[in-house]
Design a protein around this ligand. Sequence first.
Ligand code: PMV
Length: 321
Amino acid sequence: MLHALYTASAPGKIILMGEHAVVYGRPAMAVPVHQVQATATLTVQDGASDLWIAATDLGQRTALSSAPPVNPLAQAVRLTLTFLQRAAPAGELSVHSTIPLAGGMGSGAAVSTAIGRALAAWAGQTIPAADLSALVYEVERLHHGTPSGIDNTVIAYGQPVWFVKGQPPQPFAIPHTFWLVIASTGIASPTRETVGDVRQSWLADPLRFEGLFDDIAGLVNAGRAAMLAGDWPRLGALFFQNQRLLAEMGVSAPILDRLVDAARLAGAFGAKLSGGGRGGNVIALVEPSAAETVADALRRAGAAAIFITPVSAGAARAALL
Ligand code: PMV
């Protein structure tokens, strides 16, 4: 039996500022997180009768030919094959991810991106980032209903992205490296639910919510300027303000408030929830020398997992190679 192996990966991501308001046309900023990765490995086996898709972390194994359309892994495979104009290879596609499943770091989009890249490698093709992003968006719709598109964009491009729904994403340069402590609550909170709740509240009081979204847009614009200037105390203050507005929108939670307070007391420049909220992650902007102290404080306040990550132009360039 002949074997050939094709492996590809994709990073996780973090939304810096602008979540939820981005669904309503306001800007958001997100960056890839390369410490965590989804990996897809395709083993082509002559003589095999199907393509088996193995989610090794979940202990699941499904044959492509009988997987239902709601299976996101099978959907990523099918959409990619259609794009590549190829029939499915026979063998096994195994998927593994170190991105926390609790949500907020784009594990679903990263898995789909890795699958797209592994199949493209097998077909001897490269899928342009814009097409890969569009394909992953289609898969994301299975989980999220009406996602803004920020996850698939930042992950498929592998670069920091300034994102406005319906407009071409603008990758942006990060002239000065900064450090984030990412604290995962370990609590899975479906984005579809928090987005749905915000929609209900917006329908009930559109004026107030449009005002909140506008205020967030102002913070995101100011955040971009602070980032370009390397003004971390300012960017941190904007994180805290963004967090207050997210709490007003009803998407924070006691554990998230506790983690933000712990980061503040431990000396972080700023902290906020990142992503859909209720569970998921808190990000804290820190001086590198304070990262361990803030990480310890977050652990004591109940974080289930911690990542300390630099966000830099270098990381963006590496992802483009
Ligand atoms: O929870 P995440 O990281 O998938 O982010 C959701 C971000 C929202 O703005 C709340 C929804 C969206 O589709 O952009």
